[in-house]
Write a protein that binds this ligand. Structure first.
Ligand SMILES: Nc1ncnc2c1ncn2[C@@H]1O[C@H](COP(=O)(O)OP(=O)(O)OP(=O)(O)O)[C@@H](O)[C@H]1O
Length: 246
């Protein structure tokens, strides 16, 4: 099993702010890797470097064997940002067709893929509705459908289930697991411990630094904490600071 993402001493600064600080990490192919950390810890910054939207200021970041940013791998990456980058005045079908064309999908191939995704994501019946009519959860699923259209090898999801009810959340996670079983790699940022526990591997991020990276079980053993939140706090050395807070 090779590595889909290899970060070697990667840093990203914004003026005086070190959003990512000398991050070294390998994410194997075919796993769900969760990035867990408080608000402002650098999760989105790292994800944006992985998809090629931001350039590291130092270090080397390899994604699917190419040094990022590299346009050649863009077609093999699906990205679902925190705020849906969709067109509210267009219908779901039109949005999907727009993103499909970006990835070179058209005609029958595009239609088949759209049909499969709206089925899988419970959006059947909404294809010809404009997105401004969609609820938050529906928008998230529409955004995920756009990210999955071209069957990317790597899926990068920035807090994909925020605001979703438990039933939807569970069904999306079943979908993520299925993708990993098909050999796709998923990099998911999250705030929540139940989601973190569903990941194969977990990275704890704080102040731009990777505090630990291992399986949830190994992180529990390493810290002697049964609860993942306590494990994070033990590694962060700051008891009493909840992961969901800055
Ligand atoms: N474009 C930017 N310009 C200036 N500072 C930025 C920019 N993007 C991120 N930052 C800063 O980098 C740090 C990390 O931000 P980032 O959005 O990566 O954190 P995060 O862990 O994703 O937070 P959240 O969970 O709230 O989304 C923060 O201090 C943020 O203010």
């Amino acid at each position: 099993m090779g590595a889909t993402i290899v970060a070697d001493e990667v840093s990203r600064t914004f003026g005086p702010v070190r959003a990512i600080d000398r991050l070294t990490l390998e994410i194997p192919t075919g796993v769900i890797y969760g990035l867990l950390g408080p608000s402002g810890s650098g999760k989105t910054t790292f994800l944006r470097m992985v998809v090629g939207a931001l350039r590291p200021t130092e270090g080397r970041l390899l994604v699917l064997g190419r040094t990022m940013p590299d346009r050649a791998v863009a077609g093999q990456i699906g990205y679902m940002p925190q705020t849906a980058a969709l067109y509210p005045d267009l219908t779901l079908r039109e949005n999907l067709a727009f993103f499909g064309r970006i990835y070179g999908l058209r005609g029958r191939k595009l239609e088949d893929r759209v049909e499969q995704l709206v089925n899988d994501l419970g959006l059947l019946g909404w294809l010809d509705q404009q997105l401004y009519r969609f609820s938050g959860g529906m928008l998230q699923r529409a955004s995920l459908a756009c990210a999955l259209l071209h069957q990317p090898e790597l899926l990068v999801l920035d807090e994909p289930t925020v605001g979703l009810d438990p039933v939807l959340r569970r069904s999306l996670w079943a979908h993520f697991r299925q993708l990993a079983e098909e050999g796709k790699t998923l990099l998911i940022s999250t705030h929540t411990m139940d989601e973190a526990d569903r990941c194969d591997l977990l990275g704890f991020l704080r102040g731009g630094r990777l505090l630990a990276s291992d399986t949830p079980a190994a992180l529990r053993v390493q810290t002697g904490q049964a609860d993942l939140e306590d494990a994070f706090l033990a590694l962060a050395g700051q008891p009493g600071v909840p992961v969901g807070e800055p």
